[in-house]
Design a protein around this ligand. Structure first.
Ligand code: FAD
Length: 324
C-alpha cells in the first residue's frame, strides 16, 4: 500500500501540537486516497514513539540522541534518505520554524514539489490541487499542481484538526538513520527559552486579546485583572505589539502567531483579515467592540457591543465574586 509520510515534530522531549494536526490531515487524505499513514520520529526511543501509535498506521523511529534536538544537517540527511527509499505519495511537515527551515532544502535535495503554508491538498480524478493564501491572506489561491509522484506540504499550524488518539494501532519500527559526518557548518547549540515574564500564547486554553480599542497602555491592568480572574493569557493585535504595549510574542495574526484556544476573547479588535487568520479557528470566540459593524463579529460566536472599559470591570467582578 502506498503511503503518506508524516514528519513528527518534537521539542524538549514532547510532541508539538502540529504533529497531531499533521496526523489528522494525513488520516483524512489517506482515507480518501487509500494511502496508509507512516510517521517518522527522529530522536526518540520506543516509549516516545509509542505516543503516536493511536494516530497512524506505522511509526518509524530512530533512538539516537543526535536527533533529540532539531539539527538541520542531520535531519536533512536522514529524511532525504528515507524519502528516496520509501517513495511516499505525500510528505507532511508543519509550517513551523522547524518546517520552514527544513522543507525548502529537503525539497531541493529530493527534487520534490513543495507547497508551504498549505491550507488544503487533494488528488481529484484529473488534477492535484492545493490551497494556500497569497498577499498576507488577501487572496485565497487554489493551485493546480504539475503531475508528480510525490508532493511535499508544510501545513499551517492551527488549521487542521488532530488528536493523539484516532483509533489506530500503529506498528513500531526502529531504524538507524544516517547522520552527518560532523563537517557541517551549522549545529544545534541550545534552546533559549522566552523571557521569564513571557508566555507561549499558542499553548493557552483561554486568550484575552486586546486591540487598539484598549486606547492606552494604562488600561492594560484592567484587562490583566479580567484575564487573571478567568485564568487566561494575554494576547494582542498588531498595533498593540507595534506600540510595544505588549511584547511581539503576544501578537496574533499573519505576521504574529496562529492560535487555537478553547476561548478567544477579542477586546477592541476590529477583526482585520490579517488578525482573523491567526484566531478564527478558536473553539469559541467572544468579541467586545463599540462598533456593531466590526468584522470581528462575523467570526464571533458571542458578541457584546459596548465599551470594553465599561464591560470589563463588570465581567471581572462577576468572575471574582464569591456570590453564586
Ligand atoms: P483597529 O482596526 O484600529 O480596531 C480597533 C477596534 O477597537 C475598532 O473596531 C473599534 O471599534 C474598537 N474600539 C475602539 N474603542 C473601543 C472601546 N473603548 N471598547 C471596545 N471597542 C473599541 N494585524 C494583526 O492583528 N495581526 C497580524 O499579524 C497582522 N499582520 C499584518 C500583516 C500585514 C502585511 C499587514 C499589511 C497588516 C497586518 N496586520 C496585522 C494589521 C491589520 O491589517 C490591522 O490593521 C490590525 O489588525 C488592526 O488592529 P486592531 O483591530 O487592534 O485595530
Amino acid at each position: 500500500m502506498e503511503e503518506i509520510l508524516v514528519i513528527a515534530e518534537h521539542r524538549q522531549g514532547a510532541f508539538r501540537d502540529i504533529t497531531f494536526e499533521q496526523l489528522g490531515f494525513a488520516q483524512q487524505a489517506g482515507a480518501l486516497n487509500n494511502l496508509s499513514v507512516t510517521t517518522v520520529v527522529l530522536g526518540m526511543d520506543a516509549a516516545g514513539a509509542e505516543q503516536l501509535q493511536s494516530a497512524c498506521d506505522a511509526v518509524l523511529y530512530t533512538d539516537d540522541a543526535r536527533f533529540a534536538d532539531y539539527n538541520a544537517p542531520d535531519y536533512l540527511l536522514a529524511l532525504s534518505t528515507i524519502i528516496r527509499s520509501r517513495r511516499p505519495r505525500l510528505v507532511v511537515m508543519g509550517h513551523t520554524a522547524q518546517g520552514m527551515d527544513l522543507a525548502p532544502v529537503l525539497a531541493l535535495r529530493t527534487g520534490l514539489p513543495l507547497i508551504t503554508d498549505c491550507l488544503g491538498f487533494e488528488w481529484t480524478e484529473t488534477q492535484v490541487l492545493a490551497r494556500r493564501q497569497l498577499y498576507a491572506g488577501k487572496i485565497d489561491a487554489r493551485l493546480v499542481l504539475k503531475p508528480a509522484d510525490t508532493y511535499m506540504v508544510n501545513l499551517r499550524p492551527g488549521h487542521f484538526e488532530g488528536q493523539p488518539d484516532m483509533g489506530k494501532k500503529a506498528t513500531l519500527e526502529a531504524f538507524p538513520a544516517p547522520v552527518e559526518d560532523g563537517a557541517s557548518t551549522r549545529r544545534f547549540v541550545e534552546y533559549i527559552t522566552a523571557e521569564t515574564e513571557d508566555v507561549d500564547i499558542t499553548d493557552a486554553e483561554i486568550l484575552v486579546s486586546i486591540g487598539r480599542g484598549i486606547g492606552k497602555p494604562e488600561n492594560i491592568p484592567l484587562v490583566e485583572a479580567f484575564a487573571g480572574a478567568i485564568g487566561a493569557a494575554l494576547s494582542c493585535s498588531r498595533p498593540v505589539a507595534d506600540n510595544q504595549w505588549l511584547p511581539k510574542t503576544r501578537q496574533v495574526g499573519t505576521s504574529g502567531k496562529t492560535v487555537r484556544p478553547k476561548i478567544y476573547i477579542a477586546l477592541g479588535i476590529s477583526g482585520a483579515f490579517q488578525h482573523q487568520a491567526g484566531m478564527k479557528n478558536a473553539d469559541t470566540i467572544i468579541a467586545v467592540n463599540t462598533d456593531p459593524e466590526a468584522p470581528i463579529f462575523s467570526v464571533a460566536h458571542y458578541g457584546i457591543v459596548g465599551d470594553l472599559l465599561e464591560v470589563l470591570p463588570v465581567l471581572t467582578k462577576k468572575f471574582t465574586s464569591t456570590e453564586v
